[in-house]
Unconditional design. Structure first.
Length: 419
């Protein structure tokens, strides 16, 4: 669904450099990224409205938390300040409606003004909380939410805590996680206001409960964030499916880890439409993994499709079916829009405790038929038959919106690096 893709893509900056500075986040232009995702005026407005809703929720959340710790003149001053900011933001951005033309473009510029001012205000309040973290008991770490998982592991800690506390704040954290995360059980960097309770009962594998009072920050990790004890690639707060090694050149993880491997010299993350692109330069060897989620009409187990891009446009494809055991590639039928490919001869099946992977190696068929059809198409379909003797099965589908730009970005990175 287009609006869902727009919302997920804009929940975090569209392009992030691992280890990037805070000034890069301030330069994030929501309108520019909305236009890049869709040139249609209605889509742009829906995209901007979704982003502004997210920003307003974060602002409201932090303001309420700061206010709850104040009283008297201090609290009254904060309420006056926030009311003045909201009014100034409104008046300042309404001016763009008179300054710009035509009207459709003026409305877009005005919403981008609201976005920019909201970003600045949010960063101001976040910095205020971080500067007073001892008093306000603000804790940073890594958060994962999903099926039977609601775990927070603080920086510098070997233990995990089950997230509980204020129902509204926990619900907000979970909602924002689902909006930001691009894959199942992705590790996000979180800053929570609250207390760790080691005496409270918690599910197995957790030291206790983290009583959440307010969500301060939740985003994709960068290399400059803290690492967990003994962690070099991924934090222990989550056990995501291991990325299959399709080539011996380098590993290109689907999820962005909080810190790149020691030999990774550079890492870039980007979103194009519904596609996430994760590029890395490891010891001078560059490669990218392009990933899109696959879904279906039924409540199917999670699945994803990845395009692995390497030097000289060497390409392979991987499909991952979480929690499923598929014994042979002949049970997996491929299609792009109305073009039916059927099962892919020469592909390989790998099954482990996390699920099944179908690996499609580089070949004439992939390079001259399958991939060009995907680039021109709008939807890729993958149907898993119940058995070779049973034509019925479950169909997964994934959007091809953005795959062309994603491939171009990957090729540029492999050729030129981050420049």
């Amino acid at each position: 669904m287009l609006y869902r893709g727009l919302f997920v893509a804009l929940s975090i900056p569209l392009l992030m450099l691992a280890g990037g500075s805070e000034s890069r986040a301030q330069a994030y232009n929501a309108l520019k990224e909305c236009i890049a995702l869709s040139p249609l005026n209605d889509d742009i407005h829906n995209c901007m409205d979704n982003y502004l809703d997210l920003m307003d929720g974060s602002l409201r959340n932090i303001t309420e938390y700061v206010a709850s710790s104040l009283d008297g003149d201090a609290r009254a001053g904060l309420e006056t300040s926030q009311a003045a900011f909201v009014e100034y933001r409104r008046q300042n951005c309404l001016w763009y409606l008179e300054f710009s033309s035509p009207r459709s473009e003026a409305e877009q510029i005005a919403k981008n003004c609201l976005s920019n001012m909201s970003q600045q205000r949010l960063q101001e309040l976040q910095a205020l909380l971080r500067s007073d973290e001892d008093q306000k008991q603000v804790t940073s770490g890594f958060y994962v939410y999903g099926a039977e998982r609601n775990s927070f592991q603080p920086c510098g800690s070997d233990t995990r805590y089950w997230l509980e506390g204020d129902d509204n704040q926990v619900g907000l954290a979970q909602q924002q996680y689902l909006s930001i995360a691009s894959s199942e059980l992705q590790v996000l960097y979180a800053t929570f206001a609250g207390n760790m309770n080691d005496e409270a009962q918690a599910p197995p594998g957790h030291q206790g409960v983290f009583d959440l009072e307010a969500l301060v920050d939740l985003r994709v990790p960068t290399e400059s964030d803290c690492r967990l004890p003994g962690e070099t690639v991924q934090p222990t707060v989550v056990e995501p499916p291991p990325a299959a090694r399709v080539s011996t050149a380098s590993d290109m993880p689907v999820e962005l880890p909080p810190a790149a491997p020691d030999d990774t010299e550079e890492q870039l993350i980007a979103y194009f439409g519904d596609w996430l692109v994760d590029c890395a330069d490891s010891s001078g060897i560059r490669g990218c993994r392009l990933r899109v989620n696959l879904g279906g009409a039924q409540a199917l187990p999670p699945a994803s499709l990845s395009i692995i891009r390497q030097k000289e446009q060497v390409t392979s494809i991987e499909v991952f079916f979480s929690g499923r055991e598929i014994d042979q590639p002949a049970r997996i039928l491929w299609s792009v829009d109305v073009v039916t490919f059927g099962d892919i001869v020469g592909s390989e099946i790998r099954v482990d405790q996390t699920g099944t992977r179908q690996l499609v190696p580089s070949s004439v068929f992939l390079n001259e038929e399958l991939l060009p059809t995907m680039i021109k198409g709008t939807e890729v379909g993958v149907e898993v038959l119940n058995s070779l003797d049973d034509n019925s099965g479950e169909r997964y589908a994934g959007s091809l919106l953005g795959v062309t730009k994603a491939l171009t970005f990957a090729d540029d990175f492999i050729r030129d690096g981050g420049s």
